[in-house]
Design a protein around this ligand. Sequence first.
Ligand code: IPE
Ligand code: IPE
Ligand code: MG
Length: 241
Amino acid sequence: MTGTTDASSVPGHIAIIMDGNGRWAQRRGLSRSEGHRAGTRTAKAVVTRCRELGVRHLTLYTFSRENWSRPKDEVGLIFDLLVEYMKGELGNLLEQDIRLKVLGEMDGLPFVVRQSLSHVMSKTAHCRAMTLNLALNYSGREEILRACRALAAKGLAPEAITEDAFAAELYTAGQPDPDLIIRTSGELRLSNYLLFQAAYAEFYFTETLWPDFDEAELERALAHYQSRQRRFGKTGEQVAD
Ligand code: IPE
Ligand code: IPE
Ligand code: MG
């Protein structure tokens, strides 16, 4: 499923790689935990602002499968913050009509984390203004393999394995592809994020560290997106017609 075709409007789906919490803390002589805490505040503000702007799908890279290789304390703190966020934000999500979804292997998450996510997901299942996807214990390659396994298990004939049939087995089933992918902190890579869905996304990279990504930064990313011409393989002239 492709996303919004017209770049002059607000992107229908924004996906963000929220990077740079550790460096933000380090530069201030703070612990990495403080960086993640500050990053959570930024995430809350970005969710609200995207909802106000009329973005229909927002995906936040919250914890990659590869992030398990970080020190145990840091991993624990990230999950503690997540549980805290779920407790504190349920009311706000409902008020803003935001539905929560998880992209990733939920079974691999600690029980309390799963429990709090499931609670918020079921309470917000009816919300329609925006879908907030948290990519958690997520790996783009694993997501693709998982879709292959699901199709194989269904015993589909090779010719029945279409792009639509494949996309329907991804965590993002039923949602449009991201129109805009933002990565903060100056790193220029995807880090195993939305590999299948990113096919025609526009990219916006900024040196700004995630905790400093404020409303003005979001506006800049959107202005950049709106200045792009999306071609989907056509010539510039064809698209301009
Ligand atoms: C992003 O910030 C948050 C997660 C990956 C969970 P980092 O923790 O990667 O920050 P840097 O890249 O070390 O600065
Ligand atoms: C990507 O950031 C994952 C998240 C933002 C959750 P990382 O900081 O883990 O990515 P790498 O290791 O620099 O590629
Ligand atoms: Mg990082």
